[in-house]
Design a protein around this ligand. Structure first.
Ligand SMILES: Cc1ncc(C[n+]2csc(CCOP(=O)(O)OP(=O)(O)O)c2C)c(N)n1
Length: 592
C-alpha cells in the first residue's frame, strides 16, 4: 500500500530508532505534524524557538551518541536553526534537521515563507539535500542518518517540500547505504602506528592531547589504557573533557586559552604530542609559530582534512580513534611488557609537571561578602557528587566550569566549543534530560547567555523536566567585560546588562521553582534545596561582577605567556581609573 510522504517520514524515523523529535510547526510541515501526533512511538518536543530545538537536539546527541532530530517549517523556521547547524558543524555533532519547503512548483518564486534552505545551510552542514520526489524520501532519510553519525559526525539537513509530504509512494526502508566517494577510513595504517609506538617509547616528555573526537568515537577506555600503560599525562580540549577522568593522577585538565599553567607549560616543553581526535583549534594552540616548539606530533583523526591543517603532523594516522588507539595499545604492549620500567622513565617528567602545578594551581579568594563564581562551581561539583551531566553556556562561567568541574565520564560535559554559542546551554540541558529523564542534569549559565533562550522555561515546565539551572549572575557579559578591563582600559561598551529580570519571579511565572543566593553562605543551602527538589529549578546566584578568569593566554600569546592574575595596571585602575568610576556609578553591582 502506498504511503504519504509524511507517513514515510515517520516510518523512516521509526526504522532509525528515533524516540524524540525537537521542533515547531508551520504551514508546509502541517501534514508531517499531523501524522506525528497520531502515533505514539516518537515523541515531539515542542520548543518555543527553533534555535532551541536545534540545541536540544545537540544536547540529546552529545549525551547519547545518537543523532539528534529537528523538525521545523520553511523560511523563518529554517533560518532560526542556522546557529544550531553551525554549532553542530563546528563541534561534529550528529544531527538530522528536517526543514519544510514550499511546494516544488513554487520553488524559486519567492513564495510565502520560501528560503533557499539548501543554499543557506551549505557551509554549515556536512551534507544537505532537497527531496524533489516522494519516491526518494526514505532513501534520503536513510543516507542522512548514516552520514550524520558515521566518520566525523555532523549535521545533515533534509529539505522536504510540502507536496512531497502529501504525495504518495510505496514504502520500503533500505537496509544499507552505498555512497560512492564517502567511505570513512576506520583502521589505521600499521606502519604509521608502529612509528607512533616507537616515538612514544623514545619520548622523554610526552603529552596526550585529546579532543571531542575521542568522545564521539567512544574511545575513553582506549585513551585511559594508552595513558596508563605509557604513564603519559593527558590534557583535554574543551570538547574533549570527560574523555579521561579529570581526577586521574595523569590528568592535566584543560589546555589552551584558559587551561592550567602546568598544562600549557607541559605542552610548551613536550618532546612528543599525541593528538587524539583533536583539531588544533586556535584557542588551544595560542601563537602557532611558538606552539609546542620541541615536539614531534602524532595526529590521529578520522577526518583526513583535519590533519596538518594548522600544525604539521610528523606521524599522521587517519582512522577511527577507538580502532587506532586499540591497535596502538596492542602494539605498545607487545613492545614493552614492563609498565614499571616506563613509569621510572616518566618519573622526571611527571615530577616536573607536578612542580608547575604546585607553583601555580588554580586559585581564587573567597571572603564572606561577595560570592566568587569559582566557589559556586566547586560547590556544585561537590554537592552533585560529580555525578551530573553538565551543560554550559558561553563566557567566563563556561571556562570556570571547565576548570573546576572535573568530569569523569564521557558524554557528561555538553558545551559549545567551536562556535561558542551563547544560548546553547539551557536547551542542550533540556535535550540531555529528555534522553535521560532519571539522571541529574545541571545547566551552568549566566544572565547574558540564559536570556538568549530563556523562553524554554516553558518547555521544561510543560514536560516536567527536572533540569537544575545554576545561573551565575554577575550583571555583565562577563567575558566581554574581562577583555575590556584588560585590553580596552575598562570602557565597558555594551557589556553591562542594565536591566536584568528578577529570575526568581521569572521562574515562578513559568510555574517552576526559583531560588536566590546573594551572599556566599547562601550558596550551599540553595544548591542543596535545588537538588532535593523533584522538578526544574532556576537558581539565581549573585557572583562577583569583577572577577576575571585565569590563567589566560592573551590573544596572539604562546602557551608559556600566560597571565595568572589581574595585572597591576588593572588593579591600580580599579582604584582610581575608568574601572573605578564604573563601580562608583553602580554599574555591575548587583542589588543585595
Ligand atoms: C550568540 C553569541 N553572541 C555573542 C557572543 C560573544 N560573547 C562571548 S562571551 C559573551 C558574554 C557572555 O556573558 P554571560 O552569558 O553573562 O556569561 P559570563 O561571561 O558573564 O559568565 C559574549 C557576548 C557569543 N559568544 N555568542
Amino acid at each position: 500500500m502506498k504511503k504519504s510522504g509524511a507517513e514515510i517520514f515517520v516510518e523512516s524515523l521509526r526504522h532509525e530508532g528515533v524516540k524524540t523529535v525537537f521542533g515547531l510547526p508551520g504551514g508546509v510541515v502541517l501534514k508531517i505534524f499531523d501524522v506525528l501526533c497520531q502515533q505514539k512511538d516518537i515523541e515531539l518536543v515542542l520548543t518555543r524557538h527553533e534555535q532551541a530545538a536545534a540545541h536540544m537536539a545537540e544536547g540529546y546527541a552529545k549525551a547519547t551518541g545518537k543523532a539528534g532530530v529537528v523538525l521545523v517549517t520553511s523560511g523563518p523556521g529554517m533560518t532560526n536553526i542556522v546557529t544550531g547547524l553551525a554549532d553542530a558543524y563546528m563541534d561534529s555533532v550528529p544531527l538530522v534537521a528536517f526543514t519544510g519547503q514550499v511546494s516544488t512548483n513554487l520553488i524559486g518564486n519567492d513564495a510565502f515563507q520560501e528560503a533557499d534552505n539548501v543554499g543557506i545551510s551549505r557551509p554549515c552542514t556536512k551534507h544537505n539535500v532537497l527531496v524533489k520526489n516522494v519516491a526518494d524520501l526514505a532513501q534520503t532519510i536513510k543516507e542522512a542518518f548514516y552520514i550524520a553519525t558515521s566518520g566525523r559526525p555532523g549535521p545533515v539537513l533534509v529539505d522536504i517540500p510540502k507536496d512531497v509530504s502529501t504525495d504518495k509512494a510505496e514504502f520500503k526502508y533500505p537496509d544499507r547505504v552505498y555512497l560512492r566517494g564517502y567511505n570513512p577510513t576506520v583502521t589505521g595504517n600499521k606502519h604509521q602506528i608502529r612509528q607512533a609506538a616507537e616515538a612514544i617509547m623514545k619520548a622523554k616528555k610526552p603529552v596526550i592531547y585529546v579532543g571531542g573526537g575521542a568522545i564521539f568515537a567512544n574511545a575513553a577506555d582506549e585513551v585511559r589504557e594508552l595513558a596508563e600503560i605509557t604513564q603519559i599525562p593527558v590534557t583535554m580540549t574543551l570538547m574533549g573533557l570527560g574523555s579521561f577522568p579529570g581526577t586521574h593522577p595523569l590528568s592535566l585538565g584543560m589546555l589552551g586559552m584558559h587551561g592550567g599553567y602546568w598544562t600549557n607549560m607541559a605542552m610548551h616543553h613536550a618532546d612528543l604530542l599525541i593528538a587524539v581526535g583533536a583539531r588544533f583549534d586556535d584557542r588551544v594552540t595560542g601563537k602557532l609559530s611558538e606552539f609546542c616548539p620541541e615536539a614531534r606530533v602524532v595526529h590521529i583523526d578520522i577526518d583526513p582534512t583535519s590533519i596538518k591543517k594548522t600544525v604539521h603532523a610528523h606521524i599522521p594516522i587517519v582512522g577511527d580513534v577507538k580502532a587506532v588507539l586499540h591497535q596502538l595499545n596492542v602494539m605498545l604492549r607487545s613492545m614493552d611488557g614492563n609498565p614499571a620500567e616506563v613509569k621510572s622513565q616518566r618519573a622526571a617528567w611527571l615530577k616536573q609537571v607536578e612542580q608547575w602545578r604546585n607553583e601555580h594551581p588554580l586559585t581564587y579568594r573567597q571572603d564572606d561578602r561577595v560570592t566568587k563564581p569559582q566557589f559556586v562551581i566547586e560547590k556544585l561539583y561537590q554537592l552533585t557528587r560529580h555525578e551530573a551531566i553538565v551543560a554550559t553556556d558561553v563566557g567566563q562561567h563556561q571556562m570556570w566550569a571547565a576548570q573546576y568541574f572535573k568530569g569523569s565520564k564521557p558524554r557528561t560535559w555538553l558545551t559549545s566549543g567551536g562556535l561558542g554559542t551563547m544560548g546553547f546551554g539551557f536547551p542542550a540541558a533540556i535535550g540531555a534530560q529528555k534522553a535521560y529523564p532519571e539522571k541529574l542534569v545541571l545547566c551552568i549559565t549566566s544572565e547574558g547567555s540564559f536570556q538568549m533562550n530563556l523562553q524554554e522555561l516553558a518547555t521544561v515546565a510543560e514536560h516536567k523536566l527536572p533540569v537544575k539551572v545554576a545561573l551565575l549572575n554577575n550583571g555583565f557579559h562577563g567575558m566581554v567585560r574581562q577583555w575590556q578591563d584588560l585590553f580596552y582600559e575598562g570602557r565597558y561598551s555594551a557589556s553591562y546588562l542594565g536591566k536584568i529580570p528578577d529570575f526568581v519571579k521569572l521562574a515562578e511565572a513559568y510555574g517552576i521553582l526559583g531560588l536566590r543566593a546573594v551572599k556566599p553562605d547562601e550558596v550551599e543551602p540553595v544548591i542543596k534545596e535545588a537538588l532535593k527538589h523533584k522538578g526544574p529549578v532556576l537558581m539565581d546566584i549573585h557572583t562577583d561582577p569583577y572577577e576575571n578568569c585565569y590563567p589566560m593566554i592573551p590573544a596572539g600569546g604562546a602557551h608559556h605567556e600566560m597571565m595568572l592574575e589581574d595585572p597591576p595596571e588593572l588593579v591600580n585602575a580599579r582604584k582610581g581609573g575608568a574601572h573605578k568610576r564604573k563601580v562608583d556609578e553602580g554599574e555591575g553591582v548587583l542589588p543585595a
